[in-house]
Ligand binder design. Sequence first.
Ligand code: ZN
Length: 286
Amino acid sequence: MALAHYRMLDCTFPEVQEYLKTKQTIIIPYALSEQHGAHLPLDVDVRNTEFISRKLAEKLDCLIAPTLNYTFSGGMFPGTINVKPATFCNLVGEIIESLYLQGFRNFVILPGHGGSESLMQLKESLRILKWLNPTLSDAMILLTQIWDFSPTWFNMFDEKDYHAAKAETSLMLYWCPEVVRLDKLTMDEDEVAERLRQDPDSYQLRESFTELPQEIVQTSQRQDVKLGVMGYPEEASAEIGRRIETECIENGGNAILQAIADADAARKSGKRIVHDNGAHLKIRSV
Ligand SMILES: [Zn+2]
């Protein structure tokens, strides 16, 4: 039977108690307030993760934790709020520990933000959390980027479309066209815009005193980046957004349902998959 509420915040505590008798899955969405060019609002990543979380929760018939609205971006335009990765990672870990104590066992962390720093740090910090807190050994934590399950979206990375561009603008045009300011759509100077397409991390200026790779670089946002759109937002359409959503929910939903079933079975049988290589340390990021 479908849940009456998917947002845990809409439930009473006895309703959560009741839910936990039969299900132990929760989606944890996170994003942040971040620059998305002159044509998209600061909360694009929040909207992305909340729209997908909602659809995914319907498919999984599971609860959604309150969206965590703070993480690390690196962007320096007004309105972008950067929280140090360690702070953010600790917070996610403590949220998981708190929910675990109540009986949740399957955690689906859903970032709406794709910055490589926050993803890499979070993945490693959660691995260490499980390492140092073996109580969590029967907790399954999935860190699943929204685009992992959408060929339409991740193929755009090969076409050099990343931040605030075709994919994100399409999703906003599909979900909430009223927030898209197409009349304000502007790009950086051609050379800068192309550099950002070729390397989305090139919005960063990294400087050092020496050539030694051991020296920690000084990082800032390049002065010549005036908008920071990385890709081809002019090619966006609501239809592309609809396709991304369908793929995310169908492919992602099925994969996560399978993962939950596998985890439940493994908890009962005690079986674990042993990894002899470092595959679980790697992460595909943008
Ligand atoms: Zn974004």
